[in-house]
Design a binder for this molecule. Sequence first.
Ligand SMILES: [Zn+2]
Length: 289
Amino acid sequence: MRLNHEVDEGHEEERELEIQMKFIDPHIHCVSRTTDDYLFMARAGVVAVSEPAFWAGYDRSSASSFNDYFRHLLDVEPKRAARYGIQHFCWLCINAKEAENVSLAREVIKLIPPLLDHPLVLGVGEIGLNKNTRNEITIFEEQVEIAAKHDQMILIHTPHLEDKHKGTSIITSILKNEKRIRPERVLIDHCEEHTIRMARENGFWAGLTIYPVTKVTPQRGADILEQFGTKMICVNSASDWGESSPSMLVDTALEYRRRGKTDAEVEDVFYSNPCRFFGQCAKWKLKPQ
Ligand SMILES: [Zn+2]
């Protein structure tokens, strides 16, 4: 990647900076993104992505819709990503929003266990809570049971805004009470300053999602990395069909680097940390640098 702002006009040849850093976006919804996004990621040095199953922006009307969605995640998207030299992995579940329809959710949950052995499935996710309702909690617990029974890693979606702290607290206490779940194999995503401690002090990994509007910006993301340290944190763009962008991951890496961090320190957070977390699944072959 070329950092134009670091190029001094008169000494372009000498000062031009080619950065060879590699990145991983540990949370991105590629099904909603264009080929331009794949091209951008490839140019920027993103070599692998993981895509959790999520809400499509509307409630699906039947379990067969989810069957097709899972086929998209397992077969179509890895081939699309491979055209840009990017490895694509995924997580399967029914998301919290559609868990309100408990009978549909249970039909979807039945589809998951036979797919867990697929070589590109890293685990169960993104499960969690949206509005912290009783139905969401029921379906969350049933999917934690699937993960425990099949020894799967878990990727957690925490609620946004005012529901986040309470939701994260409910999620972490359910997970802590399930003795078959090892916290270091769970990533609690969309953490902010007021929830990141709750995740890491309980032994879980924390995810930082960087958005172009509202919520955590690249600057605030870099602040959090400096304030809380980089251990057991994965930074992601969570790009989907809404206002979001794969560039948020790279912008945060550049912001972190701009603060005097070495390339090795940047790569340790934005490449090696995801490798450390995902590497707990034997299907993930990339190693930390
Ligand atoms: Zn997501």
